[in-house]
Design a protein around this ligand. Structure first.
Ligand SMILES: [Zn+2]
Ligand SMILES: [Zn+2]
Length: 142
């Protein structure tokens, strides 16, 4: 199922997923954004896939998925950031390990390109691990 990106920009109800971070923060992401990288794969309609998502508060990148979900709620016409979903895929590179996971991130629409680059520079990659505990490195061209 392909979720057109305009679904996040419209005035319709959006299913928002509230994910937990170890720092105590709650990260709100539209479900269609989490699912967008997997368009064309056979996800069931309620499935929440695993993605790599930075915490906007502590800046740690971690794999977040179903086990990080605090709740899912429908919000009418939410104030949504600009989301980037699935343009970068990250993996540990270990032989025989699972396939890469998409990077999903967003900023408030009012942030400038410079502010976004500066934010990316302070993301913390040290905690990022695949399901098997291998470190996932920051891409060289990041
Ligand atoms: Zn955090
Ligand atoms: Zn691995």
């Amino acid at each position: 199922m392909v979720m057109p990106s305009r679904i996040i920009l419209g005035t319709m109800d959006v299913q928002m997923v509230l994910l937990s971070c170890r720092c105590g923060a709650q990260i709100e992401v539209p479900l269609p954004i989490l699912r967008q990288p997997f368009a064309g794969q056979d996800l069931s309609s309620a499935d929440i896939p695993s993605v790599v998502l930075p915490c906007p508060f502590c800046k740690h990148l971690e794999v977040r998925g179903r086990e990080s979900v605090l709740r899912v709620q429908v919000i009418d016409n939410p104030d949504l950031p600009d989301w980037y979903s699935g343009d970068v895929w990250l993996g540990c590179g270990a032989e025989g390990c699972e396939s890469p996971l998409p990077l999903v991130y967003g900023w408030s629409v009012s942030t400038t390109a410079e502010e976004r680059e500066a934010d990316k520079d302070i993301w913390k990659w040290d905690r990022l691990r695949c399901r098997n505990g291998h470190a996932i490195q920051k891409p060289e061209d990041w």
